[in-house]
Design a protein around this ligand. Structure first.
Ligand code: FES
Length: 127
């Protein structure tokens, strides 16, 4: 009986992810490519790249999720103009790491701001 309940929980969780994924696709307005995982997905304006990574099952690593730990630092290879402006938390984090802010962003702090274009991200993976 316990095994049956566990299987049902797994099935419910899988369906929830599928529904969320399909919802993202239906609301599609911008394209995000998570290059390390070969994921290409359409996403709505306002969605953070952390949300995109987590909803699509990308192997990107996250820590605090509020811009303090820098675990989610990643390169925006293309499409920086389709993301929000870099914020003070990101600037402070990049200064602490002594890294150039030209191409680097914290995935938990940036979100899609344009309906057009393609955003290509590369990052460290958890694998
Ligand atoms: S997860 Fe900690 S800075 Fe993004």
């Amino acid at each position: 009986m316990t095994i049956f309940i566990s299987c049902m929980d797994v099935i419910r969780t899988v369906f929830a992810y599928i529904i969320e994924y399909l919802t993202i696709k239906e609301m599609a307005v911008a394209t995000v490519i998570l290059s390390n995982d070969n994921i290409k997905v359409k996403v709505p304006i306002g969605m953070t790249l952390r949300e995109v990574a987590q909803k699509t099952g990308a192997s990107m690593e996250f820590g605090c999720r509020v811009g303090d730990c820098t675990t989610c630092i990643a390169y925006v290879d293309e499409g920086m103009q389709y993301l929000n402006e870099i914020n003070q938390k990101e600037i402070k984090a990049l200064e602490m790491l002594n890294m150039d802010s030209g191409q680097l962003r914290l995935m938990c702090q940036c979100h899609v701001v344009s309906e057009e274009g393609e955003i290509v991200i590369s990052y460290q993976t958890s694998c």
